[in-house]
Design a protein around this ligand. Structure first.
Ligand code: PHB
Length: 388
């Protein structure tokens, strides 16, 4: 009896003395990155991924003590494939967290799955109103903007310039439609009139007939939303049609972000509104730009910032629960109440989890979107339809 007892005591002591291997090594955190790696938004996806990974690397590859690993899927900016793609990340790769995407239609499909499964989702670009509106949920967050925000800010700018009649032109899907709606709301409130709303299906770039229509309509100004490869072509075509000289072009800043190398002189002087500019000059932004340029040998753009901040938001949530994602309410409310030290300027989240942020007026000078001023201070998306 005594022998058995001593053996048991010895065994227990050995267990206690042995390093608790499992407890010491927290399980890896698997982040599912769902971004476009092909198509008109491919470069945007790359910048977001770079930004996200830069922040993680700056933390030594770990967030709240958990080593971060990635599973990735190219969503092709195709809403029709989005539900299958997000399910691949959840079921095949068993990711803990979802990050994506660029395209509003894709992000809405992701939000639906996130809402149904309770998986944390951070949207690092897509501005669809529904994501932080009718589809809002405690576990869904955005590190970027709502499509309404830059559009609304630009509506005020264009009205203040004294323009009365404006034609809008964009891709006909959530991003373009909502950007134009935001612009129109502010512009018409200030006494202007949107006389024609032109559009073409995403991601078409056959602009010629629409540019001819603009020339015939002769508005005081044009407002547009295009981004990525399509934005490069639009700016070039607008200039080639001779319109740049006669009808001022205003845009949500995506038109000239990450695109200036390819647009060259055709973009010079363009005025846009966005939550970032290339020369903010703050210590935070300078440090970020230096680190990004060092890591990737290119200058960052707004997409890189949004990716970086998505990782900061995830870190804020994880730190609060010491890496334990089962503590969902605490994780969610830590992100909801975080003040994110963004390169764009610190921001907080609205009740529906969209950044409340300054929207800058910028002007293209050479290869940079230079800061002109703040077009709209601490602009909050109305978060229409969100109840949680
Ligand atoms: C969107 O689909 O919401 C979207 C895409 C690209 C941008 C901005 C918004 O640059």
């Amino acid at each position: 009896m005594n022998v058995i007892r001593s053996l048991l005591i010895a065994a227990a002591a050995a267990v206690l003395a042995a390093p608790p291997a499992a407890a010491q090594t927290a399980p890896k955190l698997k982040v599912g990155l769902m971004l476009p790696a092909s198509g008109t938004y491919a470069a945007l996806g790359t910048a977001i991924e770079n930004g996200f990974k830069l922040y993680v690397a700056e933390q030594g590859g770990k967030l709240a003590g958990r080593e971060v690993e990635f599973a990735q899927v190219d969503d092709e900016s195709d809403p029709a494939k989005a539900t299958d793609n997000v399910n691949k990340l959840l079921k095949r790769d068993s990711v803990d967290v979802l990050v994506g995407s660029v395209h509003s239609g894709v992000a809405m499909a992701m939000a639906k799955v996130a809402k149904d499964t309770g998986t944390p989702l951070i949207v690092p670009n897509a501005g669809a109103a529904a994501v932080t509106g009718s589809m809002c949920a405690p576990n869904i967050f955005r590190s970027s903007f709502s499509n309404w925000q830059p559009g609304y800010a630009m509506g005020e700018v264009v009205a203040a310039k004294g323009h009365k009649n404006v034609v809008t032109i964009t891709w006909h899907y959530a991003a373009g439609d909502e950007s134009v709606r935001g612009f129109k709301e502010a512009f018409e409130k200030a006494g202007g009139k949107v006389v024609k709303e032109l559009s073409l299906p995403f991601p078409n770039v056959e602009f010629q007939a629409l540019l001819t229509e603009i020339a015939a309509t002769k508005p005081d100004a044009v407002y547009t939303f295009f981004a990525g490869g399509g934005a490069v072509k639009f700016v070039k075509d607008y200039a080639a049609a001779g319109l740049k000289k006669s009808i001022p072009l205003y845009a949500a800043g995506f038109l000239t972000d990450g695109t200036l190398e390819a647009q060259g002189a055709d973009a010079e002087g363009l005025l846009t509104t966005l939550h970032y500019a290339d020369d903010l000059g703050t210590p935070r932004d300078k440090a970020f730009r230096l680190a990004y340029a060092k890591a990737y040998k290119v200058q960052p753009d707004v997409y890189a910032v949004q990716g970086y901040d998505a990782a900061q938001m995830l870190a804020a949530g994880l730190t609060a629960v010491k890496g334990d994602l089962t503590r969902k309410p605490e994780f969610d409310s830590a992100i909801e109440n975080a003040k994110i030290d963004s390169p764009r300027g610190a921001f907080t989240l609205s009740r529906s989890h969209n950044p409340v942020q300054d929207i800058y007026l910028r002007q293209v000078v050479g290869k940079e979107n230079k800061l002109v001023g703040v077009a709209s201070k601490a602009l909050a998306d109305p978060g229409q339809g969100c109840s949680m």
